[in-house]
Design a binder for this molecule. Structure first.
Ligand code: DX5
Ligand code: ZN
Length: 223
């Protein structure tokens, strides 16, 4: 099975965003992961619609938009028209999660739900069949460059089991603290999409690092 690499531009050089996006276009990354933070759901503010639109102008790959915001239902259509291809909302931020998922699908985008490290996977039992993607947070959301939480591996295995029963096509994406050393264990646990920010953008040669991430994929292609 081929695994998707989704570099997070949270760790990119914002003063040279066009150059960073063009670098990702040339790389072996499949998606571009876009972290939107509102300073309320998470203790950090990143960027919003104008930056997403600017990224869309240059990106030749799908934009995987991770909304770390409260009341995401208010902004789904606007994120879709700003250029999102996949929209992921947090379980913890949605009172009417089922409705939010349907509204993402109505825009034509793929629909994802993210779980914070403390949220049990059972919370998704009744909506998992409706989803294109589940995002397992392997750090507490809000910042790039944090340490991978080891218990995430148990969660990935458990959501993989649930998906096999209820939604075999579900993409299991994992986000936070992934690097060249722990990526293999994340894939072996059942991840099908890997987000990496710091490990890619802080590297001397991001293109090479993405290629290496991809090679780990290929070596594990029987998983
Ligand atoms: C964290 C974000 C992540 C972050 C990952 O809140 O959702 O996407 O950018 O960055 P690293 O790979 O540096 O942990
Ligand atoms: Zn993210």
């Amino acid at each position: 099975m081929k695994h998707i690499i989704a570099p997070s531009i949270l760790s990119a050089d914002f003063a040279n965003l066009q150059r960073e996006i063009e670098m990702l276009n040339e790389s072996q990354a499949e998606w571009i992961h876009v972290d939107v933070m509102d300073g309320v759901f998470v203790p950090n503010i990143s960027f919003g619609f104008p930056v997403l639109k600017a990224v869309k102008k240059y990106a030749k790959k799908p934009l995987d938009v991770h909304l770390m915001i409260v009341n995401p239902e208010k902004y789904i259509e606007e994120f879709a028209s700003a250029g999102a291809d996949i929209i992921t909302v947090h379980y913890e931020a949605c009172t009417h999660l089922h409705r939010v998922i349907q509204s993402i699908k109505n825009t034509g985008c793929k629909a994802g739900v993210a779980l914070n490290p403390h949220t049990p996977i059972e919370a998704l039992q009744d909506v998992i069949a409706d989803l294109d993607l589940v995002l397992i947070m392997s750090v507490n959301p809000g910042f790039g460059g944090q340490q991978f939480i080891p218990n995430s591996l148990t969660k990935i295995k458990a959501i993989k089991q649930m998906a096999e029963l209820k939604n075999p096509k579900l993409i299991i994406e994992v986000d936070g603290g992934i690097n060249e050393l722990n990526m293999e264990s994340v894939i072996r646990a059942g991840a099908s999409a890997i987000v990496a920010g710091n490990a890619i953008f802080a590297a001397n040669d991001p293109i090479q690092t993405i290629a290496h991430f991809n090679k780990i994929n290929i070596n594990l292609s029987s998983v």
